[in-house]
Design a protein around this ligand. Structure first.
Ligand SMILES: Cc1cc2nc3c(=O)[nH]c(=O)nc-3n(C[C@H](O)[C@H](O)[C@H](O)COP(=O)(O)OP(=O)(O)OC[C@H]3O[C@@H](n4cnc5c(N)ncnc54)[C@H](O)[C@@H]3O)c2cc1C
Length: 380
């Protein structure tokens, strides 16, 4: 069966076999059947994968479990255990309606709850990791279920221990959110608004709290204007969201960029591949003398400037709506960071991958910065 219908990019060939779990015991049984030495894939909403046209020569476990259970919690907070397959935005809508704050700025992100910690989803000043207490994980290598506290998840900017190689199945996620103290308010107040664009749209200063429902509605409106909510009527939403992560480079590498390049100081993190264009900087950076390249590895203390991938792509001459000749893929007409399938069921994953390589090549040639795809490539 073609995987295209299970991915938001609507591309991808068949899987050797596909099994769907609709209850936690079913999901656990399928997880227990996975062989650490064979090829398999866990699929949630398919909103962060690029499946090749040839498909996937292994077992796909599709997670379609649902359910939210409220657990005992100290006054002022609420604990929710949520099944991995529960649609993420339904969870957010539920918390907003109940007056629980902490994930309202993550409104409108497609996909499943179990996938949220995989890349530590984030948007508009919130990251999911800040609201996770623990998760239940079937570790395929170890052959057992582990309750992993958030500190063991290795969460960072769009990364986690799962992205770095821990393989298995997230069964459920437990969240701790703030419970609104105001019963008079229909929806309670949000966490402090932490993102300039959202604050501006709400007409408040960064750091202020606003009614939860208003924050959710505003985030959904902002996202829709960028094609970033799934909408059958919006061809720009046939995507995997942002196709590239914002690169994290050394301060010194960032200084070689035009002063107009947006940049943010971030905590030291594993740097992305960078080829400094200035040979003196190259030598100082200790890059490989032969290739002029250094790659992700132990991070010197000063590796901590995040750049805007969208800015780099635009300044490298790739504009919204851009498409290669004959391609079924294009840059979204609303957002430079999204690659969209313009041809529905005739769309090709190879075209998406080719456009991604083209964009990477343009940015590398122009700025010496290697962009990394955010979606997981499957069957390539
Ligand atoms: C229009 C659009 C907008 C988006 N906006 C954002 C955004 O603002 N911020 C953001 O961070 N992301 C965004 N994304 C990306 C995506 O929605 C998230 O990464 C989401 O969490 C993926 O969930 P999913 O269930 O679709 O995962 P899938 O695409 O099904 O899987 C993604 C990865 O997670 C793994 N996985 C999934 N479920 C499990 C599980 N239960 N156990 C173990 N591994 C699992 C898969 O094996 C795969 O490696 C956007 C995507 C789209 C299409």
């Amino acid at each position: 069966m073609s995987l295209a219908r299970f991915t938001t990019l609507q591309v991808g060939g068949p899987a050797a076999s596909l099994e769907t779990a609709t209850t936690e015991p079913e999901l656990l049984a399928l997880a227990e059947g996975l062989d650490p030495d064979e090829e398999w894939l866990v699929l949630g909403g398919g909103s962060n994968v690029l499946v090749s046209d040839e498909g996937f020569d292994g077992t796909v476990v599709r997670v379609a479990t649902r359910g939210i259970v409220q657990l005992p919690a100290p006054a002022g907070s609420v604990r929710l255990r949520v099944q991995a397959g529960h649609p993420w935005d339904e969870l957010v809508a539920h918390t907003v309606a109940e007056g629980f704050s902490g994930i309202e700025a993550l409104s409108g992100i497609p996909g499943s709850t179990g996938a949220a910690p995989i890349q530590n989803i984030g948007a508009y000043g919130q990251e999911v990791g800040a609201s996770i207490e623990s998760l239940d994980f079937y570790d395929v290598e170890a052959g057992r279920v582990r309750r992993m506290p958030v500190a063991e998840l290795g969460l960072g900017y769009r990364t986690s221990v799962f992205k770095r190689g821990l393989r298995g199945v997230v069964l459920s996620v437990t969240f701790v959110l703030a419970a609104s103290s105001s019963s008079a308010s229909s929806s309670g107040l949000s966490a402090p608004v932490a993102y300039g664009q959202l604050a501006t749209a709400l007409g408040v200063a960064v750091g202020e709290r606003m009614p939860l429902q208003q924050v959710r509605d505003t985030v959904l409106r902002l996202r829709a204007s960028k094609g970033m909510v799934l909408d059958p009527a919006d061809p720009d939403s046939v995507s995997a969201g942002s196709f590239f992560t914002n690169p994290i480079v050394t301060e010194r590498a960032a200084r070689a960029l035009p002063s107009s390049a947006p940049r943010w100081q971030v905590e030291p993190d594993a740097p992305d591949l960078v080829i400094p264009l200035d040979p003196a900087a190259l030598a100082q950076e200790g890059a490989d003398a032969g290739t002029g390249v250094y790659s992700r590895g132990p991070a010197p203390a000063e590796y901590h400037v995040k750049l805007s991938a969208a800015w780099l792509i635009e300044q490298a001459g790739v504009r919204r709506g851009f498409s290669l000749p004959g391609s079924t893929a294009a840059i979204s007409s609303k957002h430079t960071l999204a690659i969209v399938n313009r041809a529905g069921t005739s769309g090709r994953a190879s075209d998406v991958a080719e456009l991604a390589r083209f964009v990477q090549g343009r940015v590398l040639a122009e700025f010496g910065v290697q962009l990394h795809p955010e979606p997981v490539y499957v069957g390539f």
